[in-house]
Ligand binder design. Sequence first.
Ligand SMILES: Cc1cc2nc3c(=O)[nH]c(=O)nc-3n(C[C@H](O)[C@H](O)[C@H](O)COP(=O)(O)O)c2cc1C
Length: 229
Amino acid sequence: MTNLLHIDASVRSFLGEGEKHSSISKMLGHLFITDWKKQHPHDPITYRDLAEHTPNFISQDWLGAVFTPEEKRTEVHKMILSESDQYINEVAIADIILITTPMYNYGMPAALKAWFDQIIRINKTFTFDLARGDFPLAPIFSNKTLILLNSCGEFGFGDGEIREHMNHLGTHIKVLSHYLGVNQFFEIRSEYQEFGDQRHLDSLNAAKHQVRQLVVELSQDQSKAKLTA
Ligand SMILES: Cc1cc2nc3c(=O)[nH]c(=O)nc-3n(C[C@H](O)[C@H](O)[C@H](O)COP(=O)(O)O)c2cc1C
C-alpha cells in the first residue's frame, strides 16, 4: 500500500486538455494520478488544492505557539497550530508527495510557500541540535519520494541552460524537501508556455511522456520492493 499526497498550487484550474487558460501543471498532475490509479486502484490519495484553500501565513502568534512547550500550550495555541498539525499529519503518512506548481516570478506561488512554512516545524518535521555543529537541523521523517511537476512561461531553466541562475522553483523545493524526509526527488518541467509555439508543444509532450514513464518506473520499484520484503 502506497500513500500518496497530491498538492496542486496553480491559481488556474484544470479545465481539460488543450483548453485555453487551463493549468498545465495541474494537467500533468491529473495525468500522473490517472495512470497511478490504474496501477494502484486501492492505494489512498489525499488531495489539496492550495489555490482553492490557501494556507494561512505563519505569524508571531504562530511562532509563539510553536515555541511554547507542548504541555503548556493553551487552547488558543492549539487552535493556531491545528492547520499546521493537519498538513504535517498528511505529510507524515505519505510515501509519495506529488506537487504540481507553476513558476511565478521565478519561484513558487505564495500559497505553496505558505504550505511549506506551516509544515517545516521544529520537533514535528525537524530537530535542532547545536551538537551537530554547523548543520544543526535534521529531518524527523525519512524515505519519502517527492515528484515535482511544474510549468513555466519562459525556458532554459535546467542545469547548464541559459536561465539556470533564474530558477528558484525546483532548486528551492528540492532543498526544502529534505526537511519533509524526502530522499528521492524527481522534477518534470514543461516550458515555453508564453511562446505558444512548436517548442511549447514539444516541451509539453516530452513532460507528459516523462510523467507516464515515471508512473511505470515507480510502480516497478514498488513491485520489486514487495518481492524482496
Ligand atoms: C503571476 C505570474 C507570474 C509568472 N512568472 C513567471 C516567471 O517568472 N517565469 C516564467 O517562465 N513564467 C512565469 N509565468 C508563466 C507561468 O509560469 C506559466 O503560465 C505556467 O504555465 C503557469 O502554470 P499553470 O499553467 O499550471 O497555471 C508567470 C505567470 C503568472 C500568472
